[in-house]
Ligand binder design. Structure first.
Ligand SMILES: NC(=O)c1ccc[n+]([C@@H]2O[C@H](COP(=O)([O-])OP(=O)(O)OC[C@H]3O[C@@H](n4cnc5c(N)ncnc54)[C@H](OP(=O)(O)O)[C@@H]3O)[C@@H](O)[C@H]2O)c1
Length: 302
């Protein structure tokens, strides 16, 4: 089974892991590119589409990975800290997949992998995309799902004027999606693929965990509309905007705040990560949707 380590990126898909000294990185990159060319020719599963899901080892990302695995995709999930959790999700994807066993794992590679990369670092984003294509031979769906917030008091301007919050929010909620799109463009051009991001209902109406989060999620939605123009006609670019989802992320809201949010929805329910995953799959399949932002919010906004 194949797996690699490097300074910035860790691939988890097998049993062994090796450390890559930094001075060998350039040589390693050339080897990776040669391997990608070879893999594209010989890997039997290479005709199956490939999805890269950032922030993919929990919540929305993991639910989408499960759905896409069931629907015949090969999937790379990205994470930054919790290797064990990412490894477990990869194991689940292997079990859920309907690909023939020899395509899930063979001497040329794995149909399901986890790659460690910090979405806050542009160099790691570039490496994440490069390594995905090296390992899988192609890229059809990039689900750019990473987000960042620091919970603040939404009634206080003073509590929402911490400069570090704004820098981090802008870095992850806006710039990381742009860097990912740039790094993936030539591969998505080749596959006539799709770039999908997770924005937020907080980017559509004043709400959410902080002012910096709400404003940068609004910027993310506008970024998507612009990228849809720039990436056309070969690549489609869309976003989903979930309302409050019961993931680890929203554990930071009090039970009272969560219930108040639910009471404001027309459907008196929380949307689920599976609801969001279904919309991502629809975007992945539809050849006629681009520049679209879909709220999945149980009727919170409208
Ligand atoms: N939950 C909500 O209520 C809600 C509502 C609207 C929108 N959203 C948006 O939905 C998206 C996903 O949220 P979620 O609720 O599914 O989150 P989650 O359950 O907390 O999962 C977070 C995922 O992100 C990874 N991650 C965290 N920091 C990272 C980094 N710097 N680089 C790479 N990966 C990183 C985590 O892996 P490691 O821990 O291993 O790094 C994990 O896989 C975000 O964009 C969020 O803004 C969420």
């Amino acid at each position: 089974m194949s797996s690699t380590w490097s300074d910035t990126t860790r691939t988890v898909g097998g049993e062994e892991e090796q450390q890559q000294p930094p001075h060998q990185q350039q040589q390693h990159q050339q080897q990776e590119e040669a391997a990608a060319a070879a893999a594209a020719v010989v890997l039997p599963s290479s005709r199956s589409p490939v999805a890269l899901i950032t922030a993919g080892s929990a919540g929305v990302g993991a639910a989408t990975a499960r759905l896409l695995a069931r629907r015949g995709y090969r999937v790379v999930i990205n994470f930054s800290r919790n290797t064990e959790r990412a490894r477990k999700v990869v194991g689940e994807l292997q079990q859920l997949s309907r690909l023939p066993a020899h395509e899930i794992q063979n001497e040329h590679g794995n149909a399901f992998l986890a790659i460690r990369a910090d979405l806050g670092r542009r160099d790691e984003i570039g490496r994440l995309v490069r390594e995905t294509v090296v390992q899988m031979g192609r890229l059809d769906v990039l689900f750019s799902n990473g987000g960042w917030t620091k919970f603040r008091d939404m009634t206080s301007i003073d509590d929402n004027t911490i400069e570090e919050d704004w820098d981090m929010s802008f870095n992850i909620n806006v710039k990381s999606h742009l860097w990912l799109m740039q790094a993936a463009k030539k591969h998505l051009d080749e596959s006539e693929g799709v770039f999908i991001t997770t924005a937020s209902a907080a980017g559509m109406t004043p709400s959410g965990s902080s002012l910096a989060y709400s404003v940068t999620k609004a910027a993310q939605i506008h970024l998507v509309k612009n990228l849809a123009v720039m990436a056309a006609p070969r690549i489609r670019v869309n976003s989903v905007s979930p309302g409050l989802l019961l993931t680890e992320w929203s554990d930071r809201f009090s039970e009272q705040a969560k219930d108040a949010w639910r009471q404001k929805t027309k459907l008196k329910r929380f949307p689920t990560v599976e609801d969001v995953a279904e919309q991502v799959l629809t975007f992945a399949k539809s050849r006629s949707m681009t520049g679209v932002n879909i709220p999945i919010d149980a009727g919170f906004i409208n």
